[in-house]
Design a protein around this ligand. Structure first.
Ligand code: 2NL
Length: 366
């Protein structure tokens, strides 16, 4: 029987002494490659008589296995040593500042809604919400809007094919007033709430988007009068625009849900061609800007909400949140609010750390 121990010990010694992965691979080719010495021995088995082959095959197979195992073992050891060497030389400086991660921003509409919640919380108002898909009764009928009212026309309101339980059509709410109706119906009086949220109108041009944001306020209590309305709006607008010199002008108007109804204008000054809120609109170089709709809640609306209008009175107002944001933060195109352009959001957006507070200024920016 031929002895392969010499060949094996020589191969194992050379594998053990291989300096690097390249040298190791050269040895693999030399022994186990197509023309390799161990491969040739394996091939030579094919030419042998069966007896001889049976005698020699186990030793040749054992040799091949030993060389293959030695190559694999040495390769693992080299790779592990390489890793150890890298770990020993490469260090991590844990005192370095972390790389800045791209971070989203708070949309100005969300920021303004937070500001409104903060200001009105200070005046004793809580925030009420309700469904965006409403029924005809909560959105129109309970607000004293007759079937003939133009806002109810097919081309002004988005209707669903479905019918509500009481028969009316389902629709996308056109204002957040239905939230106020629902609050009166379910909680009774007194009420002191603001209702911010998305509203929808079938309207689309440079200054109108089919979806926009509104905030309405509602106060129901005993002996509420127009003086409460005026003081509340004045206090709110002075806090929101962070100016003590905000001056209001109340004009008679008409809404089906309020009686009397009051349109509220704010005085502004023209500074370098830009409108800056503050001061009386009657001064030279000043003007009045229409900002809010409001009024004393129509007694029919109070009655339809299940309250006795001889006992409970109140005032309500409504204003566009997007409009408030544009006036306070200086955007000039409403449509950009809803494009989702990250450059716009980066420019006009807020950090989540800019929590509005009355003490630090509701519009604080880091
Ligand atoms: C506007 C301003 C307004 C109201 C909304 C209201 C809500 C209830 C009862 C009475 Cl539940 N009024 N909200 C009042 C006046 C104005 O919105 O310009 N709307 C067309």
């Amino acid at each position: 029987m031929t002895d392969y121990r010499e060949l094996e010990s020589e191969a194992l010694a050379r594998i053990d002494a291989a300096a690097d992965l390249a040298a190791l691979d050269a040895l693999r080719v030399e022994y186990l490659g197509k023309q390799g010495s161990v491969s040739s021995l394996l091939k030579s088995l094919g030419a042998m008589a069966p007896d001889e082959r049976q005698a020699k095959a186990p030793a040749i197979q054992a040799l091949r296995q030993a060389v293959a195992d030695a190559l694999a073992g040495r390769k693992d050891a080299m790779e592990a040593a390489g890793l150890e060497a890298r770990l020993a030389t490469e260090t991590v400086d844990l005192t370095l500042p972390a790389p800045e991660m791209p971070r989203g921003s708070v949309h100005p509409v969300s920021q303004v809604m937070d500001e409104l919640a903060e200001i009105f919380a200070d005046l004793g108002f809580s925030v009420a919400t309700g469904p965006e898909i409403e029924d005809d009764w909560h959105n129109f009928s309970a607000l004293n809007m007759p079937e003939s009212h133009p806002a109810r026309a097919m081309h002004d309101t988005f209707y669903f094919p479905d019918q509500a339980e009481q028969g009316g059509r389902m629709l996308l709410r056109t204002h957040t007033s239905p939230v106020q109706i629902r609050t009166m119906v379910s909680q009774g009086a007194p009420v002191r709430i603001i209702a911010p949220g998305r509203v929808y109108r079938s309207d689309s041009d440079a200054t109108h988007t089919p979806m926009f944001h509104q905030v309405e306020g509602l106060v129901i209590d005993r002996d509420i009068h127009l003086g409460h309305l005026k003081w509340t709006l004045e206090t709110f607008l002075r806090a929101f625009f962070e100016r003590e010199d905000i001056v209001l002008r109340l004009r008679p108007s008409y809404f089906p849900f309020t009686e009397p109804s009051v349109e509220v204008d704010v005085g502004f000054a023209l500074e370098n061609g830009k409108r800056v809120l503050g001061g009386s609109g009657d001064e030279a170089g000043h003007g009045w800007m229409e900002l809010l709709g409001s009024g004393m809640v129509n007694r029919r609306v109070i009655e339809m909400s299940g309250l006795d209008p001889d006992e409970w009175q109140g005032f309500a107002f409504g204003v566009g949140v997007d409009r408030l944001a544009m006036l306070k933060y200086g955007m000039d195109d409403l449509r950009a609010f809803f494009d989702g352009d990250v450059r716009w959001l980066k420019h006009y957006g807020f950090s989540f750390l800019d929590q509005p507070t009355l003490s630090a200024g509701v519009g604080a920016r880091a």
